[in-house]
Each structure stands twice: as C-alpha cells, then as structure tokens.
Write a protein that binds this ligand. Sequence first.
Ligand code: MF3
Ligand code: CO
Ligand code: CO
Length: 327
Amino acid sequence: MAAPREQDQAAGILAPVSSQTVTRANDPCWCGSGRKYKRCHRASTDRVRPGQIGPRRRVPEGICQPDYARTGNPGTEDEPMVKPPEVLAAMRRAGRAAAEVLQVVGAAVAPGVTTDELDSLAHEECIRRGGYPSPLNYMGYPKSLCTSVNEVICHGIPDSRPLRDGDIVNLDVTIYLDGVHGDTNATFYVGQVDEASRHLVEVTRECLELGIAAVRPGRPLSDIGLAIETHASRNRLGVVRAFVGHGIGTAFHSRPTVLHYFDPSATTLMVPGMTFTIEPMITQGDWRHITWDDGWTAVTADGSRSAQFEHTLAVTEDGAEVLTSLA
Ligand code: MF3
Ligand code: CO
Ligand code: CO
C-alpha cells in the first residue's frame, strides 16, 4: 500500500539504514544549484504544506460499494492469494478501468490545477465506469484519490494546493468494480521539471518494469525486491522500505506483502493465479519518512523528492499479466 508493514507499525520504528547514498545537509544540492542541500531543496520554505481538504464526495445509490464505504473499517482483508478464474476475469475489468481513470486524470495535470480538482475528476471517472473509488473512507481516508507531490512519498490527500510549474505529482487510482479492486499509479510532470527530478521519475518507472520482469512462477517474491533495489542503488537512489506492494482482489490490501528491496526472508513462492501489486517508491535522498498530523501523508524526512509507479498484476504460467494496462 502502500500499506505500512505491520512489524514496523508494531515496533513504531523503521528498518535500519542501508548502505545507500544519503544526501546530507551540507552536501551540494542534487539540483545542481551549487548551494548546500540544507539551503536549497531541503529548505522548509520549499516543502509541500497541507492545504484545505474539501467535504466528502457522494457516490450514487446504484454503485456497488465495499463494506468499509460506510464503516471505514475494511475488516481482516484476508483472502486466498491465488484467485479463481472468475475473480481474475473481474480483476481484468477493474484493472483496465483503473488504468483508464489514471490516464484521464493524468492528462489534467497542469500548473494551477488543484489536487482537489484532480480528486473530483477521479471520483467522477470511477462512477462513470460503474465503480467505487476505493480510497474513499478506506480506514477513514477522506478522498477518492491519492495525490503525492514532490517529497510526499504516498497517501497525499487532495486539497486546495494548486500544482506549480516544476512539481512532480503521483496520482494513485484504485477502483472497486465487479466486486474487486484495481490499483495503479504513476508520477507526472507539472510543466518544466528539473533534470534530477526527471532522472528520479524515469528510474522509478524502470524499477517497476524490472520488478514486473522478475515475476515468475516458482521463484520467491524476494526476486522482485532484488531487481528493484539493484536498479535504484546503481542510480544512487533510495528505496522506501516502510510501504510495500500487497495482495489484492476482493480485498484492497491482503497477502502477500511485496517488498521493493531485497530481503532473503521473502521466501513465499510465486504461483500462477496469485495477484498482487508492485509499487516502488524511490527517493533522491534518504528513504526514511515522517507522517503529517493528518495521519496519512508520508513525506521523506529529509525533504528530498520521491517518485512511484504501480501496477496490479497476476502471476501466469511463464511470467506476469499486467491487469492495470490500457491494452
Ligand atoms: N492505492 C494505495 C495503494 O497503492 C492505497 C491507498 S489507501 C488510501 O495501496 F486509503 F490512502 F487511499
Ligand atoms: Co497498492
Ligand atoms: Co495504489
């Protein structure tokens, strides 16, 4: 989910720092300005700040809603990792719809557009397809879309902040359609974006592609994190550890947990019919995060930018089927 790992939540701490490059306060800024990082992109004046969050949007009666839409409580979310053919068929429909909504909302990204306007569009596009916007009231989440700008890693709440020229913004769309969820996200450029941010975004896109290419029945899930971490490290970028890919189907977040870094203890074997997301979050500096007082918005602790891409996929006899593709 970008779900916090249970063990990290329980411990209240994150995994130890790895040997990845960390941007320190007195290092030259990654943007090439020649200024110290602490005087440049880490400067607090430059950070994303919370805006106003608008009222909850309504969903028409005819739309089939998950149970948590009323209660805010998704329950145990436990279901078999390997899905029967009829669930896979529904997931192809939900996945395609999620990809379409992401494409429509992504096309609306421009300087001056507020993230709340993007939320409105995502909400209406889900409903137009007969689906429910899965984030809405999931564990009390107040909006229909996640919009994560610049140093926001994930779960940014759409608000009154207008996008600015030079921002990067991740849009995370999930739709509940035909009784199952389709979950996909991508990072978009707002106007002219600096070279270091474009490098971050393109490497992150490649990290997802390499993670998908590592999906193979009979292989352990750790292969996915190995492929992603290897590529990020080679580009001197960080891999966020506290948020992970997840099983998905009739439940939004379930087993298995999909790590985006290498952990040899991720020994669960991939099996045809297993469905999960891969959604690497990659940072320019340190991968550690803090959470805003809203309880949702996760930002890099050092203020460095973070990018993410996500697909929902199914393991096949010889690799992966991407369920959230437009094709
Ligand atoms: N779509 C996110 C994911 O990739 C989850 C968002 S949960 C929400 O798992 F409550 F923040 F919407
Ligand atoms: Co997800
Ligand atoms: Co998502």
